[in-house]
Write a protein that binds this ligand. Structure first.
Ligand code: BMA
Length: 250
């Protein structure tokens, strides 16, 4: 029997990047996985059903959760939907700020709101946050604020729903080779090759490279699993040492 047999999982933002690889990993280990995403899957879901869902729309989120649960307990929820826009509070249009909050943070609230009542036999939630909830670079006001919101939400939900046997944690990735990060790199690269930007971003991490999505997915899977039975209300940096380092050169 596979280790996650009998687990019913739903991954928002599961059509690409960290969400996709997490969905694949959970499925390989025997979980029943449903993927909800606005975009078409850009990788192999190994037959997992994909539901088109705009996480800004409460009714669509509710419908996705209802379909995934399918009248049974929803054991695991992963929230990996996310977008990245650059700007300061001055240069970020209000609509753009609202959009980033809505996709990155409010969507997690909606997903949990729909999922928790279907976790009657207990469950686990993992939210994909970012190191940018704790420290940031220039021009990430909306994105960093949305990730900070997620961190507070993780703690609030963990405290409120511990009595329901629901654990809630987050992962805080550093730079990961995903379509989102590649799109960001593309917007900064000018005439240079995109791989060079990724390598440069990677070099700011002590491990000297960007992560692969699977390296984050492994941690998400562990946090969902029964092996993490005493972990709740916490955030786990998966950042190649990024936040352990002060940018002071001797
Ligand atoms: C992630 C994304 C990446 C960034 C990394 C480290 O959440 O914002 O684009 O490189 O954080 O700051």
């Amino acid at each position: 029997m596979k280790p996650y047999s009998g687990k019913n999982a739903l991954v928002f933002g599961g059509a690409s990047g960290i969400g996709l690889v997490t969905a694949q990993l959970l499925q390989e280990r025997g979980a029943k996985v449903t993927v909800a995403d606005l975009s078409d899957p850009n990788g192999d879901l190994h037959g997992a059903p994909w539901l088109r869902c705009d996480v800004r729309e409460p009714a669509q989120v509710e419908a996705a959760v209802q379909t995934a649960a399918d009248g049974k307990n929803l054991d695991w929820l992963v929230y990996s939907a996310g977008i990245q826009h650059y700007g300061t509070v001055i240069t970020t249009p209000v609509e753009e700020y609202d959009m980033v909050q809505s996709v990155n943070a409010r969507g997690a609230f909606l997903a949990a709101r729909a999922a928790i009542p279907r976790m009657k036999a207990g469950g686990a939630i993992v939210i994909v946050s970012s190191v940018q909830a704790l420290a940031c670079q220039d021009g990430v006001a909306a994105y960093a604020a949305s990730k900070g919101t997620l961190e507070a939400l993780v703690r609030a939900m963990a405290v409120d729903h511990a009595k329901d046997h629901i654990r809630v944690n987050s992962v805080m990735p550093g730079t990961v080779d995903t379509p989102m990060v590649r799109a960001s790199a593309d917007s900064f690269r000018g005439d240079g090759p995109l791989e060079e930007i990724l390598a440069e971003w990677g070099s700011s991490h002590p491990l000297q490279r960007v992560a692969q999505p699977a390296e984050v997915a492994q941690v998400i899977a562990f946090l969902l699993s029964d092996e993490a039975s005493f972990l709740t209300g916490s955030s786990y940096r998966v950042d190649g040492g990024l936040l352990a380092q002060l940018p002071v050169r001797l």
